[in-house]
Design a protein around this ligand. Structure first.
Ligand SMILES: [Zn+2]
Length: 99
């Protein structure tokens, strides 16, 4: 089952970014390059900070090992994520980005 990146909305993560106990998956998102449990816990980035930086760089595909899906567009992906997140109404606590 695929999981969605909490930073960029990439829908193809192999593991949930955060376990129910709060631990990171240590999976690196191939889209934005965020590593759950490392970029946040160790490096101190919030999702919002990482996302803003990624967007500033033009929302590039980050993975070298995994090839970019055909027609992939980081900004479109992010826009779709925002829409669905607000429809669902977020109930996730914890690391929500603060600006
Ligand atoms: Zn991502």
């Amino acid at each position: 089952m695929a999981h969605e990146c909490l930073v960029c909305g990439f829908p193809g993560l192999n593991e949930p970014p955060r376990a129910s106990n709060g631990g990171g998956s240590f999976e690196i998102c191939p889209s934005c390059g965020f590593q759950f449990g490392v970029s946040d816990d160790d490096a101190g980035f919030t999702f919002a900070q990482w996302r803003a930086d990624w967007v500033n760089r033009g929302a590039p595909w980050s993975s070298q090992g995994r090839s970019k899906p055909r027609g992939w567009d980081g900004l479109a992906q992010l826009a779709g994520r925002r829409k669905s997140a607000s429809r669902k109404g977020s109930k996730s606590g914890g690391q929500a980005g603060r600006n």
